[in-house]
Design a protein around this ligand. Structure first.
Ligand SMILES: [Fe+2]
Length: 230
């Protein structure tokens, strides 16, 4: 079972601050049944201005540390790209994106305000052959009113949907929980990941899930994480 949305690479975003934390989080993922992990640190121009080079450097140094601890390597790295003006400018300038697998790229939206032209991002991404995976669509509160038509619209634009597992619980609040469970029952999600940043996330995941329950969830709702392995 692959987890491809998490912040376990050390020192480059708001996730793990150091090697020891990264190893602890990786052990936690393994206990939850994620025997394969691809890391997806933020790329946000304002706050986490990562590049393929900064992400690869963190990935390489973590794997070196894991070797020293005789622990299996993180199998790959991508990024969680914030869809903003700078992202679009880079895309139009043909700067390559780090993909989860093949041309599948993980993207997120601002929590604070609804994007004015979400169509522009999906259009440009698909023009360049990318398949956008929208991270945690259930967490964008501005889509909760008229949820059905909003999420239909995003699907029609060509976004795959990635559920945050903790959204199924009260962790992010009751509204998020309701929307996540509705979308899950409707079969709108393509993937489910942890979005693991820190120990508190891990504790909450352990409170609500086990490796067995996660495997059952993936199967029941036909979640395709493992399509993006390798
Ligand atoms: Fe994330």
């Amino acid at each position: 079972m692959l987890d491809f949305h998490n912040h376990i690479l050390p020192g480059i975003d708001d996730g793990s601050p150091d090697f020891e934390t990264s190893l602890r989080l990786l052990r936690g993922l393994k206990d939850l049944g994620f025997d394969s992990v691809k890391a997806s640190p933020h790329t946000i121009a304002d706050t986490h201005p990562n590049t393929p080079d900064t992400i690869k450097a963190s990935f390489d140094s973590l794997n070196q540390y894991l070797t020293s601890q005789a622990y299996p390597h993180v199998s790959g790295f991508a990024s969680e790209y914030m869809l903003d003006d700078i992202f679009l400018a880079n895309l139009k300038a043909k700067k390559p994106l780090l993909c989860v697998h093949d041309k599948f790229v993980l993207v997120e939206l601002s929590y604070a305000q609804k994007p004015e032209h979400v169509e522009g991002y999906s259009f440009q991404l698909q023009l360049d052959g990318y398949i956008p995976i929208l991270a945690h669509p259930e967490r964008y509160g501005y889509y909760h009113k008229n949820a059905e038509s909003n999420y239909d619209y995003l699907k029609d634009l060509g976004f795959d949907f990635q559920l945050n597992l903790l959204s199924l619980t009260p962790y992010y609040g009751k509204d998020v929980q309701k929307v996540a469970n509705d979308l899950l029952e409707k079969g709108y999600y393509d993937y489910a990941c942890t979005d693991l940043h820190h120990d508190r996330h891990l504790e909450a995941l352990n409170q609500f899930f086990t490796a067995d329950s996660l495997r059952d969830l993936m199967k029941k709702y036909r979640l395709q994480n493992d399509k993006l392995a390798g």
